[in-house]
Design a protein around this ligand. Structure first.
Ligand SMILES: Cc1cc2nc3c(=O)[nH]c(=O)nc-3n(C[C@H](O)[C@H](O)[C@H](O)COP(=O)(O)OP(=O)(O)OC[C@H]3O[C@@H](n4cnc5c(N)ncnc54)[C@H](O)[C@@H]3O)c2cc1C
Length: 465
């Protein structure tokens, strides 16, 4: 595979002639280039050779064709939340999909076509006005593009499954600029690969989703003291809860937020993000085991659990730019008190300005789907975890990478897979862990069919078979 041509080798005049007016083109020194190249997470300083902003599928197809013919790498920018800047290659042609944000929602069939550049928050807010939802993550600013293609694990995961479990079809621009309609009947191999295999196979200009009835939910943040018993107890309570309850735990040093009493600032707490999407009348009973854990730990420090629209639970997300994160994702079969004690001791011992272990309890509808039905191959994992450290600069953050790796290694137990959407890098070891065994072989065959030259390589990269 040849490297991308240097920025100057991509003919700007040729690019403009090929693309405008169907897409606007920004190159370094153009007004708007600096703003357009910014992404959400801090510390990512990539300089694409050009940023193309298409208005429609035809504009995307022209941009991909141009890049393919020029031998340039294509990177795709949707919600801009790629955790560690995957897909942000200096010298690549970036296709910015933010202009493709139309939502066509059909209440009668409970299906929707959504533009590939839309955010999860915009989609969920619009669907919520009809009492409907498709499961995405926990953050509204994340793009439906990235989260869907990597899998999608969020606040409705246990009740309604992953995002890919609601995906019905997609419109895809492949590496040679063809536009394909993809679903269970048309290009089924590609449809399988899109459900977890990431941005390896083309640019998705539109997604077609199923929607479920989700009106008000009971959810929000419950903050409690972090002890080995409270961490392990919450994981156990979430695992054995009815599937309408999804719990995402963040074990962390309490930030100086107004809702947290000052005496807790800087001390270890568990921020439990809860979402009960069952009958409101059954909420108290379903949440009782979680509240019992809080009571045994000395009582909730803050209780923000309330009834309200599901879309209201999706956080705005961190403001990028000011801090840089390093992290390591893992799956584990559970977190007992010994593992919880170890993670608390490690969080206490490190001097990172912010550090956290996130634990997303899975099971429920996530585990209903057979392992080989989609390209997400970790259906049986009980918990999806992340260890993260934040620092003021990229260099300082890199200094904590051995620490996050060692802690994740201890917590994963015997599980050696990882979730592509939280991957630190897109290299071969990461890709093999995200896509183990038969999943890898199948993805590599699909890659050979639709992107044999690996034009789409700014991702957890699957090499063509
Ligand atoms: C604050 C935060 C919260 C998060 N919360 C969750 C969560 O709750 N659950 C979860 O599962 N994940 C979560 N994630 C991870 C998130 O799903 C991934 O980082 C995802 O890749 C972001 O998608 P994006 O479109 O915003 O990012 P981008 O950086 O725009 O895209 C990331 C990559 O996805 C691919 N891609 C995106 N859109 C398309 C498209 N239309 N066609 C082809 N390729 C495309 C490209 O390879 C691109 O490089 C979170 C990330 C952050 C930063």
């Amino acid at each position: 595979m040849s490297a991308s041509p240097a920025p100057s080798a991509l003919s700007v005049a040729g690019l403009r002639a090929a693309l405008e007016p169907a897409a606007s083109v920004l190159v370094p020194d153009d007004d708007g280039y600096e703003t357009a190249r910014a992404v959400e997470p801090g510390g990512i300083d990539h300089r694409p050779a050009a940023i193309v902003r298409p208005a429609d599928t035809a504009g995307v197809a022209r941009a991909v064709r141009f890049a393919h013919d020029a031998g340039a790498e294509v990177s795709v920018r949707a919600g801009g939340h790629s955790v560690f800047g995957l897909g942000r290659s200096t010298g690549a042609l970036t296709i910015d999909l933010r202009g493709l944000d139309a939502l066509d929602l059909d209440v009668a069939t409970r299906t929707a076509w959504a533009g590939g550049g839309m955010t999860a928050g915009a989609y969920s807010t619009a669907a919520g006005t009809r009492g409907l939802a498709t499961p995405f993550g926990d953050t509204g600013g994340v793009g439906i593009g990235g989260i869907t293609l990597g899998g999608g694990v969020g606040l409705l995961a246990r009740s309604r499954g992953m995002t890919i479990d609601s995906l019905l079809g997609a419109e895809v621009v492949t590496a040679d600029g063809d536009v394909l309609q993809v679903d269970a009947e048309q290009h089924p191999d590609l449809f399988w690969a899109l459900r977890g295999g990431g941005g390896n196979f083309g640019v998705v200009t539109r997604f077609r989703y199923a929607l479920g009835e989700v009106s008000d939910v009971v959810g929000g943040v419950l903050l409690l003291p972090a002890t080995p018993a409270s961490v392990a107890g919450l994981v156990a309570a979430a695992e054995s809860a009815p599937r309408e309850l999804t719990v995402i735990l963040m074990v962390m040093t309490a930030p100086p937020m107004p809702m947290i009493p000052a005496e807790w600032h800087g001390r270890l707490v568990v921020m439990a993000n809860l979402c009960w999407s069952g009958s409101p009348a059954a909420a108290d009973a379903a949440l009782a085991p979680v509240r019992d854990v809080a009571a045994e730990a000395g009582g909730a420090i803050f209780d923000g659990v309330h009834a309200g629209p599901y879309a209201g639970l999706l956080e705005g997300g961190p403001q990028g730019g000011s801090v840089v994160a390093t992290g390591r994702t893992f799956f584990t079969d559970g977190v007992d008190e010994a593992a919880a004690a170890h993670l608390l001791a490690e969080l206490e011992a490190t001097d990172a300005m912010m550090r956290a272990v996130q634990l997303r309890v899975l099971g429920g509808a996530v585990a209903d789907v057979p392992r080989d039905e989609t390209a997400y191959a970790h259906r049986e994992a009980a918990v999806l975890g992340n260890v993260a450290a934040l620092a003021p600069t990229a260099e300082a953050a890199a200094g904590y990478t051995p620490w996050v790796s060692a802690l994740a290694e201890r917590l994963r137990g015997g599980h050696d897979g990882l979730y592509a959407n939280f991957a630190l890098d897109g290299g071969p070891d990461t890709a093999r862990a995200a896509y183990p065994g038969a999943t890898w072989d199948r993805l590599a065959a699909v890659k050979r069919t639709y992107d044999p030259d690996n034009v789409f390589r700014g991702n957890v990269n699957v090499l063509p078979a």
